[in-house]
Design a protein around this ligand. Sequence first.
Ligand code: DAH
Length: 347
Amino acid sequence: MEAFSQLVQRAEQAFGQARTPAELEDAKARFLGKAGELTARMKELSSLSVDEKKARGAEINAAKQEVEGLLAARRQALADAELTRQLQAESLDVSLPGRRRGSGGLHPITRAMERIESIFGSMGFDVADGPEIETDWYSFTALNNPENHPARSMQDTFYVDLNDAEGRPLNLRPHTSPMQIRYAQAHARRYAGAATMPEIRVIAPGRTYRVDSDATHSPMFHQVEGLWVGESISFKDLKAVYLRFIRAFFETDDLQIRFRPSYFPFTEPSAEIDMMFGSGPLKGRWLEVSGSGQVHPQVIRNMGLDPERYIGFAFGSGIDRLAMLRYGVGDLRLFFDGDLRFLTQFK
Ligand code: DAH
């Protein structure tokens, strides 16, 4: 019969060959398990005499203890190796530079809008917001835009596959001018029974849409509408307000504006506002920045006001254009491409 010392040696070898805890458990079963070699030896004892049992039993126990000791040592060795492996795999290189959390910034158009709001706010203008999906009436009819006006055509305006209460398709507003009507209507309703009505003084900045796309036109763009209606608001008020606005926006007094006769259905008379820098790279060039005019009596009526009593001015300026001029951006599309290399310059 094989000496116990040999059995212990084989166990040691088997444990040593086990590369994983699972393999080690297999090896353990072969020696110490129910069907293991040492257990089998134990079973043989029954056929021996009492004295022999004693001697052999002691030998088996000693061998068993040795094997258990070897097993425990191997378990520990495997666990240590696993720990070392993990530590190496998960080790940190503390000398690597950290990952920065970039600080965000406002989009240049948002910045321009906030400037515009604060400048007009300082002149007592309210700021209003309204729907981008509009009814035909607010986008066109209420603004005295005749049925056959090109602004209504499919080439200019995006239409939505939904009709309003009058059965006319909704549109993506092609300008912020509907906000003149919405705001003035609400104002007129609020003071309907009152002896006097406070003046309407509001700007409405926001997104607008037109079927148009090139370096200076985007199908989605931004406008700011302005409206000042009272009992004696005239073009001279418009000129004062607009000049003050544009000088504050560009942070220079070295800048002029001029009115150029024009046509809009919702104003009469109408004018384009041009501006010109007195210095800098654009010095001496007239740049168109806004449409404007005296609010048409029919539009005053559509606001729910009496055109015999109320008069005022309105304007509508392209915010993207103003932002391009302010930041020296040559291509409007850059604002909307979402390229961080461009956008982070404005942080
Ligand atoms: N809504 C016009 C446009 O988008 C701009 C405009 C012109 C607005 C004259 C006005 C205005 O309020 O009085 O082209």
